[in-house]
Write a protein that binds this ligand. Structure first.
Ligand code: NAD
Length: 260
């Protein structure tokens, strides 16, 4: 399948986890990619990995911190300079932050997580949507979380930021449908990536794998999701195959958020 032939897709947080797996998937379907992350060397490794399955892909890497508005504008400008357009945007970079009670969470940690997960998503949307509105087409997919539609506990900033991402998604979807642009969000459950491993290690440094199995024992599938099970959904949203799906927030969680 080559649903992305001649299309240009920006992915933030592309050096690891869901962003990287989505880059591999979308690259394998013919896209030219702009991979954004904090570190140059990790981005180069990501580019090499994508090229293994998509040797023809044109790949631009941009080291940028999504919580810095000027650096966000830099990756958007770099995309337009290199490719002249943006078909799809996976607004994905995020951090989890500390896990503890609300009263112990701390203002600095709260601001730090919000600045990446919420401000970063907003800056990306603002800069990319300006380009897409002028083009008259495009698809934006924000990465929320089940923590953006349910309370998880011990994640004040993460939960607030992801609920914010859901709000931004719905608000902008209402604004931009008239310009031929779709804006949606995914809400992954527990998907085994570096972020989740670090989170489990916060919960139980010694027996984190066991803690993980306990964590997913309440999931209908009784396992973690796999990054490729998210990447295929990301590809669907950005492929142009869902032109009338707008303002939705799709859980990718094995049905866990449907449980009482
Ligand atoms: P990950 O840690 O494997 O990857 C996140 C990537 O984002 C890393 O490469 C990191 O360097 C990058 N990043 C972090 N801060 C950045 C910044 N300020 N600027 C640019 N890049 C930055 O994590 P993941 O699990 O792949 O998470 C990706 C997204 O999915 C996040 O938004 C996360 O909240 C969301 N999510 C993940 C899960 C899960 O279970 N893995 C569940 C729900 C939502």
């Amino acid at each position: 399948m080559a649903r992305f032939t001649d299309k240009v897709v920006i992915i933030t947080g592309a050096a690891s986890g869901l962003g990287l797996e989505s880059a591999v998937r979308i690259g394998s379907e013919g896209a030219n990619l702009v991979l954004v992350d904090l570190k140059e060397d990790a981005l180069e490794a990501a580019k090499e990995l994508v090229l293994e399955t998509a040797p023809e892909a044109k790949i631009l890497t941009v080291a940028a911190d999504v919580s810095d508005e000027a650096q966000v504008q830099k990756y958007v400008d770099a995309t337009v300079n290199e490719f002249g357009k943006i078909d799809g945007f996976f607004n994905n970079a995020g951090i989890e932050g500390r896990q503890n009670l609300t009263e112990d969470f701390g203002a600095d940690e709260f601001s730090k997580v919000l600045s990446v997960n919420l401000n970063g998503v907003f800056y990306g949307m603002a800069a990319v949507l300006k380009v897409m509105r002028e083009q008259g087409y495009g698809s934006v997919l924000n990465c929320a979380s089940v923590g953006g539609i349910r309370g998880v506990g011990n994640q004040s900033a993460y939960s607030a930021s992801k609920h914010g991402v859901v709000g931004l998604t719905r608000n902008s979807a209402v604004e931009y449908g008239q310009y031929g642009i779709t804006i949606n969000a995914i809400a992954p459950g527990a998907i085994m990536t570096a972020m989740v491993e670090a989170s489990l290690k916060q919960m139980d440094p010694e027996n984190w794998e066991e803690a993980g199995m306990q964590f997913v024992s309440v999931n209908p599938f009784k396992r973690f999701g796999k990054p490729e099970e998210v990447a295929s959904v990301v590809a669907f949203f950005l492929s142009g195959e869902a032109p009338f799906v707008n303002g939705t927030v799709l859980p990718i969680d094995g049905g866990q958020s449907a449980k009482y």
